[in-house]
Design a protein around this ligand. Structure first.
Ligand code: FPP
Ligand code: MG
Length: 316
């Protein structure tokens, strides 16, 4: 039997060889992280007075989902030598921001959707007034939560995270992308350049913040932040291309939201510009480029590599 003392004396090479013997399993990894994020989200937002608004915020925040954004943030923090605990408040904040953007995106003034994550949308359950306020509440709380709950990280790094989150959400990010998306509705002649603008801002900016903020919290150096940023930009675009493909090929049950909405709303999409096959090829190329950015991180990049592959292989 190996004693604890013997285990402690394993060399780095031996540890790496053991890791190779037990191959990385993405679904186990994602399930484990998802459960941690779920528990952290649940305790981040207690139900208190006025219950109506907290209920509505919790309804959407705890409606399930892949939790890909928080998981990316935790993964890059670990890759850069930090811990899950250091990144969890930011991971939760990223999910709060993502959730608020979906609540507002589903409103009658925007996409007017009835279903999200397999459940009725927030405004369908609580009314438009409360849904708008729930989004506002989640957005504000996300920033408060990072500032108050991040422990064991130098204040300057926390400040940098807050600045990056603000930029990713505002007119330079999500909001800007959504504005151009709304402008282009019904315009089938939208150019590739405009389509790329929409998605690098509407989806890419927040994904990039997830990846980069995790590493910032761990104190990563600038060159590594740049590599991770390029990884994120590539998977962000690939993610959107696959989203567009799934809107055509997947069912409402698989998606948990209305399928075929893009065609119905006459939205400019990648499959409309390129066709399904070329869209699939482009997504794959972006994922390959994303993975190439991670080469210098060696074994530490295994989860991020697997997540990149998962993006093109997912069915919902
Ligand atoms: C879903 O896109 C929508 C988004 C990714 C973001 C939308 C952004 C806003 C509503 C701005 C929110 C305001 C702030 C302050 C951040 P989609 O409609 O293409 O996808 P879907 O099919 O999942 O609805
Ligand atoms: Mg929408």
């Amino acid at each position: 039997m190996t004693s604890t003392k013997d285990q402690k004396t394993l060399s780095t090479a031996q540890v790496h060889s053991l890791q190779r013997e037990a191959p990385f399993d993405l679904s186990t990894y994602l399930a484990e992280r998802q459960a941690q994020v779920e528990a952290a989200l649940d305790s981040s937002l207690p139900l208190t007075y006025p219950e109506k608004i907290y209920e509505s915020m919790r309804y959407s925040l705890l409606a399930g989902g892949k939790r890909l954004r928080p998981i990316l943030c935790l993964a890059t923090c670990e890759l850069a030598g930090g811990t899950i605990e250091m990144a969890m408040p930011t991971a939760c904040a990223l999910e709060m921001i993502h959730t608020m953007s979906l609540i507002h995106d589903d409103l009658p003034a925007m996409d007017n959707d009835d279903y999200r994550r397999g459940k009725l949308t927030n405004h369908k359950v609580y009314g438009e007034d409360i849904a708008i306020l729930a989004g506002d509440g989640l957005l504000a709380y996300a920033f408060e939560y990072v500032a108050k709950e991040t422990k064991g990280v130098p204040a300057e790094q926390v400040l940098q995270v807050i600045a990056r989150l603000g930029r990713a959400v505002g007119a330079a990010g999500l909001v800007g992308g959504q504005v151009v998306d709304l402008e282009c509705e019904g315009k089938l002649d939208t150019s590739l350049e405009t389509l790329n603008f929409i998605h690098t801002h509407k989806t890419g900016a927040l994904l990039e913040a997830c990846v980069v903020c995790g590493a910032v919290l761990a104190g990563a150096e600038a060159a590594d932040l740049q590599r991770l940023s390029r990884y994120a930009q590539n998977i962000g675009l690939a993610f959107q291309i696959v989203d567009d493909i799934l809107d055509i090929t997947a069912t409402q049950e698989e998606l948990g939201k209305t399928a075929g909405k893009d065609v119905q709303a006459q939205k400019a999409t990648y499959p409309r510009l390129w066709g399904l096959e070329q869209s699939q090829r482009q997504a794959q190329q972006l994922v390959d480029e994303a993975k190439a950015e991670l080469a210098s991180f060696e074994e530490r990049a295994i989860p991020l590599m697997a997540i990149a592959d998962f993006i093109t292989n997912r069915t919902h």
